[in-house]
Design a protein around this ligand. Sequence first.
Ligand code: AMP
Ligand code: MG
Length: 405
Amino acid sequence: MISVEEALRIIKNNIPPPVAQPLPLVEAVGRYLAEDILAPEQSPRYTNSAMDGYGVRWEDVAAASPEAPVRLAIVGESQAGTAFAGTVGRGEAIRISTGAMLAEGCDTVVRVEDTEERGDTVAIRAVKKQGQDVRRQGEEFRTGDLLLQKGSRIAAPQAALLAAVGITAIRVYKRCTVALLVTGSELAAVGEQIAAHQIRDSNMIMLQAAVQETGGIVAKGIRVPDDAQATREAIAGTEADIILCTGGVSVGRHDHVKEAAEANGFAPLFWKIKQKPGKPLYFARKGDTLLFGLPGNPVSAFMCFAHYVRPVITALNGLPFGWPTVSGEVAAEITNREKRTNLIRVQLTWRPHGGYCITHAARQGSHMLTSLSEADGYIILGPGQTLKEGERSDVYRYDFRREPV
Ligand code: AMP
Ligand code: MG
């Protein structure tokens, strides 16, 4: 049996590097950049107007006021999509719309509300400063500036930024694929007729959801009876970055996952961690494929997923190996009376001026799914360790959509 820290160290040392692939922008949404993106052009691309109004020369209008408006001759128009080709001379103005290119000669925009058009002239009634309501070429960023850093997530704003500078494809990390092999002859699929001696398979949907929330792709999900040959064949017929088995990793006569993995060429890296729940966790590797044998017990399986598998998925997706954590204050003393490290389920409450408050979840039974569904995360206490009221602790959150920090 190894410690939690030792297990994490072994796992970390065996994660293959994330794989980058070029993808069209729309397919890259939700993934993480495998490269820095430098601006291929400046923004704004050309000097343009921030308002609907008139393009003018500052020297003509500097003295304008409501009492003494300045009248200018309108010599043309610059529209979004159709620029004014000429030059604006002394005493002249052009009509201009938001985003339209500023014409040669003018340096200032006066918004419609501060003007009055009559015939082919416009009266300027108010101005504040030279260059007002003008968006200058390159004021946002210059060619070659860093737009997005390697590791950034491509969501709607990042995709828009890339599209705006004409980037249509980028290198992002591949999403990690996970195959689920749920073992147990006692299992019935959800929705199936269930016999008195059977239990419903809740691990399949639980792990599908957990993998998806983490950003992984569920490559397949199959159920396998407790049978040595069936388990060997199921592993042989599975291709994914991670093979996630549940059940069959204890010492029972019907536990076949370890032998089946090793018969398929997987090298065992550890089996059993000094922890509760999830003691029988098994970890093996074959080339770049990692295999986890999670305990069958749904609570243990989930806790092992949260602490050991989830950070591997995030690392393979191009993020740091880590957990979504928050720090909080313990509401009342929590003690680990076990001889093993205990992953204790807790609830979090947000106090507007006091940060997070941590309370021990009512149910801790590792056969009770409500011990998970009613908790917000878990804290980790070593054997005999106590957290007194008011002491701080990190909480590992179950909100897998949050990125590790
Ligand atoms: P095992 O690790 O195979 O010995 O299973 C431990 C416990 O977890 C047994 O009570 C199983 O019935 C239960 N269990 C195993 N697999 C599942 C599953 N897919 N869904 C719900 N419970 C399960
Ligand atoms: Mg079993």
